[in-house]
Design a protein around this ligand. Structure first.
Ligand code: GDP
Length: 534
């Protein structure tokens, strides 16, 4: 099932065709961190597992505001890891693992071309997996499924596939299959490559390979208890009989997910997953922008900012903008144009994220992520190009579900608060809404954790302690329509209207019923929950 990007045609592949930019989505505890480590290990990028966590901890101790993360044992920020194997460059974008769905996660997923969905074999689909899956589905991102922890007591593989398939309305096809689960776990059947992978000692690495033509050849396989191997062959045969075969087009459209069973902890099935990512995972896809589609093979550089992260040193207010390149060949020192600011910026010191830290990279292509340190010039959603005004689609703002008024403990700090909130809004931590008839700003978030992060950071980084006050609004909507009509509405509803940081008009509804009534009474206006940027 070789992919066209691996073809042996005479012309060498363009560099971008060797990129695989993906994220891992999962419910907390399913094994994302362990799988990330083992993927890096399988690629040879690191020699010792445990590296990812160790690195994460070093980073954490360096930044005070991340205390909040330590307390809760969750990862609030995301990062990028680049590694290489067999000539393929993998860019793994980490999504926050906590259970508050945040816009940050959404935007990170907007920058990838594929996702690996990790499922705990004992638990099946959990709430967070499902939410993240839905985000991927909105963009038809192809999804690999990794059923983790088969070395533990698990659900039966067929029942599990059934549950995943029906819960997500997604076709599945197995590419590896477990030989026993829990204490019976003996190895995997690599269906695509027609070989059984077995441990030579109980619980050891899967170093013994036994080729086969059809799974039935494995019946009574020497070295594995008869009951275990025969049950595995029987259930696999049953599964292959009822499940669709792997089909590249269907996978690439996001309808069919190849399933890898394995154990990240025991490094079982991880190399097979990595091979699959390289083999059938999509190379950078064309990106739709307003008015045209940007192809990765285009000569001129373009990209968009999907994340802005405060630098780890709280004393310096510089921030790193994470840019996903969509076309062209980026070179260090290049000047790029930001249409929102209507100016060029020289990218003198871009950051690349190679797992081998010694590597210095001066060039990057479509699919790659570069970090650009800046002092607030770049915002989430910004486009960079070599001159053309491009507006990539798919990086919307979401109407916040949770609204709070921000009150200063020290009224002398109004100016600092304003600046701090502006920074936080640019990083995408919160949305800031200015009510028309009240000087105290309102912040809006999608998950309550963002409120804690905001308060902690305002105090630590800006010396501005704040309190939150409940507001009598349940939701916010952007008001869209002809200018005169919008203004008429705002005049008639002064106490429940506001402006966002781009001065776009916002309606703050006191209840769903009131919102429904406004929709009915103002038919020429639209009250939208999702706003495209730019
Ligand atoms: P995350 O929250 O999704 O990043 O999950 P972690 O990678 O931190 O894993 C959560 C727990 O499950 C840890 O204690 C891991 O050691 C354990 N774990 C992860 N993968 C496996 C596996 O394949 N088998 C077993 N038995 N435990 C695992």
């Amino acid at each position: 099932m070789l992919d066209e990007t691996h073809s042996t045609a005479a012309a060498p592949l363009p560099d971008f065709a060797r990129r695989r930019t993906f994220a891992i989505i999962s419910h907390p505890d399913a094994g994302k961190t362990t799988l990330t480590e083992k993927l890096l290990l399988a690629s040879g990028a690191i020699r010792m597992a445990g590296h990812v966590k160790a690195r994460g901890e070093r980073r954490r101790t360096r930044s005070d505001w991340m205390e909040i993360e330590q307390q809760r044992g969750i990862s609030v920020t995301s990062s990028v890891m680049t590694f290489e194997r067999d000539g393929i460059v993998f860019n793994l974008l980490d999504t926050p693992g906590h259970s508050d769905f945040s816009e940050d996660t959404y935007r990170t997923l907007s920058a990838v071309d594929a996702a690996v969905m990790v499922i705990d074999a004992a638990k099946g689909i959990e709430s967070q997996t499902r939410k993240l899956f839905e985000v991927c589905r909105l963009r038809d991102i192809p999804i690999f499924t990794f059923v983790n922890k088969v070395d533990r007591e698990s659900l039966d593989p067929i029942a599990l596939m059934d549950e995943v398939s029906s819960t997500l309305a997604l076709d599945l096809t197995p590419l590896t299959w477990p030989i026993g689960m829990g204490v019976d776990f003996r190895g995997l059947i690599d269906i695509a490559n027609k070989k059984a992978l077995l441990a030579t000692e109980r619980g050891g690495p899967l170093v013994r390979e036994v080729p086969f033509e059809t799974p039935e050849d494995l019946i009574d396989l020497e070295g594995v208890e008869e009951r275990i191997i025969n049950e595995a062959v029987e259930s696999l045969t049953l599964a292959l009989g009822v499940l669709p075969p792997f089909e590249l087009a269907s996978f690439r459209e996001g309808h069919l997910s190849p399933v890898y069973f394995g154990s990240a902890l025991k490094e079982a099935g991880v190399a097979e997953l990595l091979f699959g990512l390289g083999d059938v995972g999509p190379s950078p896809l064309p990106r739709s922008a307003r008015g045209r589609t940007v192809e990765p093979a285009e000569d001129l550089v373009s990209g968009f900012v999907f994340k802005v992260q405060a630098n780890m040193d709280p004393n310096h207010r510089d921030r790193v903008a994470f840019v996903r390149l969509c076309s062209g060949r980026f070179k260090r020192g290049m000047k790029l144009f930001n249409p929102r600011e209507k100016r060029q910026m020289a990218i003198a010191n871009p950051i690349f994220f190679f797992a081998q830290e010694r590597e210095t990279v001066d060039e990057a292509v479509a699919g790659d992520i570069i970090g650009i340190p800046n002092h607030g010039m770049l915002r989430v959603g910004d486009t960079l190009s070599e001159g053309e005004t491009i507006r990539f689609e798919g990086l919307p703002d979401f109407a916040p579900e949770i609204l709070r008024r921000v009150l200063l403990s020290d009224p002398m700090k109004a100016k600092q608060l304003q600046k701090a909130l502006q920074d936080m809004a640019e990083e995408g931590v919160v949305q800031v809404i200015k009510p028309v008839s009240d000087p105290s700003p309102i912040v809006g978030v999608v998950g309550t954790l963002q409120l804690d992060v905001l308060a902690a950071r305002l105090e630590k980084e800006y010396g501005v302690p704040i309190r939150y006050e409940a507001v009598s609004f349940v939701t916010a909507r952007w008001i869209v329509g002809e200018r005169a009509e919008v203004e008429r509405f705002m005049e008639a509803n002064r106490s429940s209207t506001a402006r966002d940081r781009d001065e776009a008009p916002v309606y703050l509804a006191r209840s769903q019923w009131v919102l429904d009534r406004a929709i009915e009474e103002w038919p020429k206006l639209k009250f939208v929950a999702v706003k495209e940027r730019g």
